[in-house]
Design a protein around this ligand. Structure first.
Ligand code: KG4
Ligand code: ZN
Length: 333
């Protein structure tokens, strides 16, 4: 036994099987196995996702341990994503973590996936100062989170319907661009004119988002203009559509920063990999005198590194769970 705090973290909430080792608060690795099976269906198929997790998890965990030079006996605890996410996917990581912790007779730590996206900011320098606002934008969520401490967070704004990642993915599907659509739209948008077409911005009260209207507007636009026009103008369409999504995000972010008088601003989640959003945030930060924080790309999309970071704080706080625990697909922050 030694005094090091070495933790194994497992992430399996959606279509990425991932394991990471964290030692005394420092991430040693972040192994991610992405499931490519979903591409041919144009979206994540839950049953195929859980099956792929089942097939990959032992190899991924073994790779994390071997790569870090860590023995199972060195582990102080095992952490897993309890939710939110797909039930079948969460069950694989949860069951695996429970069995491993039971076998090694060490504590078990539950992690909230959305809290972990925010805590990805504590993996590398510079770290945001408290309190800060984090805009978490992923395939399943669009949240404005007021962060007062590592484990003290409040969701102050959310979407009333689709997540912004869905708005990217569904648009890409309508435009015939494949899955996941965010990176495709990002790539084409970089070569297009964002002012070419005007897509409607939703008018939701306070800090609420809505992305279903713009998605419908794009559908009508495609139907009205026809396939040939869409093909010839695909770059401008992507740039204009992405521009509208980014404006909606930044409008609410500005509002939240003002309301809570915060100038430390972070973005997290898969959509924070978007180059247009990163650029727009940098420009806005200059105007508003914000200090902005954007995680390293590998910690934007789903990964166990962020779960490990959250687990470290839970460990320091003595937050452990018992073997009766089960996943919470709709877990809240
Ligand atoms: O956080 P994440 O990996 O998984 C969830 O928890 O949902 O986010 C996945 C989402 C997908 O909707 C994907 O299209 C989007 O992030 N995404 C992007 C980019 N890279 C990933 N959206 C826009 N631009 C990107 N470069
Ligand atoms: Zn996520």
């Amino acid at each position: 036994m030694n005094d090091d705090i070495t933790l194994l973290a497992i992430e399996s909430s959606c279509d990425e099987t991932s394991a990471a080792i964290i030692k005394n608060g420092k991430i040693l690795n972040n192994i991610v196995a992405s499931q490519i099976i979903h591409e041919q269906y144009g979206g994540v198929v839950p049953e195929l996702a859980s099956r792929a997790h089942q097939q990959d998890i032992v190899r991924v965990v073994q790779e994390a341990l071997t790569d870090a030079g860590v023995q199972k006996a060195d582990l102080a605890a095992v952490a897993f994503t309890r939710g939110p996410g797909l039930l079948g996917s969460l069950l694989v990581g949860t069951s695996f973590a429970k069995a491993l912790a039971l076998g090694l007779n060490i504590p078990l730590i539950e992690v909230n996936h959305m809290q972990a996206h925010v805590l990805a900011h504590f993996i590398d320098e510079p770290k945001p100062a408290f309190p800060f606002i984090c805009l978490t934008v992923s395939g399943g969520h669009t949240q404005l989170v007021l962060v007062r401490g590592p484990l003290d967070m409040e969701v102050v704004g959310e979407t009333a319907d689709d997540a912004v990642g869905e708005a990217f993915d569904k648009a890409a599907k309508m435009l015939g661009l494949g899955y996941p659509g965010g990176p495709q739209i990002d790539r084409l948008a970089a070569e297009g004119n964002p002012e070419a077409f005007a897509f409607p911005l939703s008018e939701m009260p306070d800090l609420k988002f809505s992305f279903s209207g713009i998605k419908t507007a794009l559908l009508y636009f495609i139907q009205e203009k026809g396939e040939d026009f869409v093909r010839e103008n695909i770059r401008d369409i992507c740039a204009s559509y992405q521009h509208a999504l980014i404006r909606m995000l930044l409008n609410k972010l500005r509002k939240a920063a003002k309301k809570y008088r915060v100038s430390e601003i972070a973005i997290a989640g898969g959509v924070s990999a978007n180059r247009g959003l990163r650029k727009a945030l940098e420009l806005e930060a200059e105007k508003q005198r914000w200090n902005i924080y954007i995680p390293d790309f590998q910690y934007c999309t789903d990964n166990a590194g962020m779960i490990a970071m959250a687990a470290h704080y839970q460990y320091l706080n003595g937050n452990f769970v018992d073997q009766g625990i089960s996943p919470l697909p709709r877990m809240k922050i």
